[in-house]
Write a protein that binds this ligand. Structure first.
Ligand code: ADP
Ligand code: ASP
Ligand code: MG
Length: 405
């Protein structure tokens, strides 16, 4: 029987100390007894990436993108080598590979490059030589062979892209919680673990702030029909499977609630009301890979101008301000930004067939005196921007309202 390739990813907390790294080697080595080939993708140890970002800021507030990536990608190199050493000290042959050595080729873009392709020859050769292959998450190389990184939290995406390139049916994501919950279990104690979640719902939840999976990992899994198994690094229990789910089984309107406190709202005041202007603004943001949400445009009565506002991730604030301010100069309009908001979202395929979900959400927030600043919806999600100070209260009331405990 030919050996099966198993791809597993271990996140920052799971490799946060030498003891934890040794525990990962101990745990995963048991899989080799079942005749598997093992590919392990690792994140940087604990808080390392944040510390590297902080270090760069101590040198300059505006590091060159190339050097930023050269620096922040190093965290993963450390954990990958340490894990390889841990296997070797158990008498198991193992090798660590950087993104470049593993053939992970990305766009020519820094800090949020997309993976274009993975040349798996080296990985396959090492697996054929009976080695455990440990690959650094979060990084790849661009066509100039410079190191790129693929976005914060991106090791999940590295793992899924590798699972796809190696034709795996499943990719295991080991983390510091034992699955995907109805909401962040660190914020709501009686949040419930979900046995399975559909790709669509997980994609919304991840994009709207459920940190447990990187949104692009879910997208990549969906496209390549790879089941994601999110589970605990520290316990042996079954976790949550993210996969195609039969919609007939859905009984509740809301499957999960997310909160995102890392958004900022940009408002462009008195933008000339003429065709093509909104297109120009958002095209430039898109060209800089800035994701935009909650777009609202209101035409100011009896004037030939309007206000356009939208939300972005706080990490993109400086770049967005630079872009919008340069546009504002040409259009003679004003730019305001607000980072004191939070976005709370209800996500569920069930809401398609259950009218009144939005009304229920708004009423529950109103009952608690929580002011809704803006609203956006899609087929399976409703999001409200609220004041950050109301975030926890809103999460508690909605989790109860939709009977998720
Ligand atoms: P890793 O370092 O393993 O990648 P992350 O910190 O990125 O782990 O993601 C795991 C964290 O995601 C958990 O500790 C939890 O606080 C948070 N989280 C947010 N929403 C959810 C959710 N719906 N279910 C589970 N965890 C969630
Ligand atoms: N180490 C990177 C980060 O902290 C990537 C990851 O952990 O997924 O963002
Ligand atoms: Mg993560």
């Amino acid at each position: 029987m030919s050996k099966k390739i198993v791809v597993q990813k271990f996140g920052g907390t799971s490799v946060g100390s030498p003891e934890k790294i040794k525990a990962v080697a101990n745990r995963t080595s048991q899989l080799l007894e079942n005749n598997n080939k093992l590919v392990i993708v690792v994140s940087a140890m604990g808080n390392t990436t944040n510390q590297l970002v902080k270090l760069s800021k101590e040198i300059t507030s505006n590091p060159s993108p190339r050097e930023y990536d050269a620096l922040v990608s190093t965290g993963e190199n450390v954990s990958a080598s340490l894990l390889a050493m841990s296997f070797q000290s158990l008498g198991i042959d193992a090798i660590s590979l950087t993104g470049a050595q593993a053939g992970i080729l990305t766009q020519d873009l820094h800090a949020k490059a997309k993976i274009l392709t993975i040349k798996t020859d080296r990985i396959k050769k090492e697996l054929d030589d009976n080695k455990v292959v440990i690959i650094t998450g979060f990084q790849g190389i661009n066509p100039n062979a410079d190191v790129t990184t693929i976005g914060r939290g991106g090791s999940d995406t590295s793992a899924v892209a590798l699972a796809a390139a190696l034709d795996c049916e499943e990719c295991e994501i080991y983390t510091d919680v034992d699955g995907v919950y109805t909401t962040d279990p660190r914020k709501i104690k009686d949040a419930k673990k979900l046995k399975e979640v559909s790709y669509e719902e997980m994609l919304e939840m991840a994009s709207l702030g459920a940190k447990v999976l990187h949104p692009r990992a879910v997208e990549c899994a969906k496209e390549n029909k790879i089941i994601l198994h999110v589970r605990s690094s520290f316990e042996l229990t079954e976790g949550t499977r993210v996969k195609e789910v039969n919609q007939l089984e859905v009984s509740k309107p809301v499957t999960g609630i997310t909160i995102n406190e890392n958004e900022a709202i940009i408002s462009m005041i008195r933008v000339p009301n003429s065709p093509g202007i909104a297109g120009d603004i958002f095209k430039e943001l898109a060209e800089n890979s800035i994701n935009v949400d909650m777009i609202i445009q209101n035409v100011l009565e009896k004037t030939d101008s309007n206000n356009i506002s939208f939300s972005i991730h706080e990490d993109d604030l400086d770049q967005t301000l630079t872009i919008t301010k340069s546009i504002a100069k040409k259009l003679n309009c004003k730019i305001l930004s607000d980072t004191s908001i939070a976005k709370i979202s209800c996500v569920g395929i069930g809401m398609i067939s259950k009218p009144g979900t939005a009304a229920k959400m708004f009423t529950a927030l109103g009952r608690k005196n929580i002011n809704i600043l803006r609203i956006t919806t899609s087929e399976i999600k409703i999001s409200c921007a609220i004041q950050q100070k109301d975030a926890q209260k809103a999460l508690e009331v909605l989790h109860k309202e939709f009977e998720l405990e």
